[in-house]
Write a protein that binds this ligand. Sequence first.
Ligand SMILES: Nc1ncnc2c1ncn2[C@@H]1O[C@H](COP(=O)(O)OP(=O)(O)OP(=O)(O)O)[C@@H](O)[C@H]1O
Ligand SMILES: [Mg+2]
Length: 201
Amino acid sequence: MTAENIYPIFDTLLQTEDKEERLKQRAYVIWMVGLSGSGKSTLARALENTLHEQGFLTQLLDGDNLRVGINNNLGFSEEDRKENIRRAAETAKLFAKCGVVTICSMISPTEEIRCMAREIVGDRYFEVFVSCSVEECERRDVKGLYAKARAGEIKNFTGIDSPFEEPQTADLVVSTDKEPLEESHRKLVEAVLEKIKYEVE
Ligand SMILES: Nc1ncnc2c1ncn2[C@@H]1O[C@H](COP(=O)(O)OP(=O)(O)OP(=O)(O)O)[C@@H](O)[C@H]1O
Ligand SMILES: [Mg+2]
């Protein structure tokens, strides 16, 4: 909720387009969605490295890292998950306003939450569904969290005792349980480059 007596300035600010012209890139927020262990952080890091090597200015906002800093007072209740995403989306929007290609890796389990992120970010939102079956994520169990969730040591764990609604309107889907990392990475880079390349009309 916004406080009263607040007067944001709009008209005197430099526009995103001015920053994009300086950087010679289009600012997008690449919002990577998927179960824990699906490959969001792995692909987000690989994407950022590739874009950086190609001369783009990027910023990675990873869910776990945000939870150490700006979101360190939030847990995993429904309300906190929403607030987690709201702050991530607002932060991503600020980076994008500055012309930066911003890559967010956040589980984003429900359509409601993703809708909010899309609304906050606006037309520069590009959603990537990192698809992977719960069975495969659990087999990988990169952080040992599925084992803890099964043992009842973690409550409300997405995919186990908290829902994950598969995105129906993602801009790109990569299936990390069906293809090697290199293939998912190649598809992701190709789709993102198409969006962020700078072309003067
Ligand atoms: N095609 C693929 N793309 C991405 N990762 C893959 C692929 N195939 C196998 N993997 C493996 O899956 C694991 C994904 O772990 P990662 O930490 O990236 O998941 P995450 O989605 O970020 O999870 P969390 O939400 O818990 O942060 C890695 O060990 C990675 O090597
Ligand atoms: Mg991760």
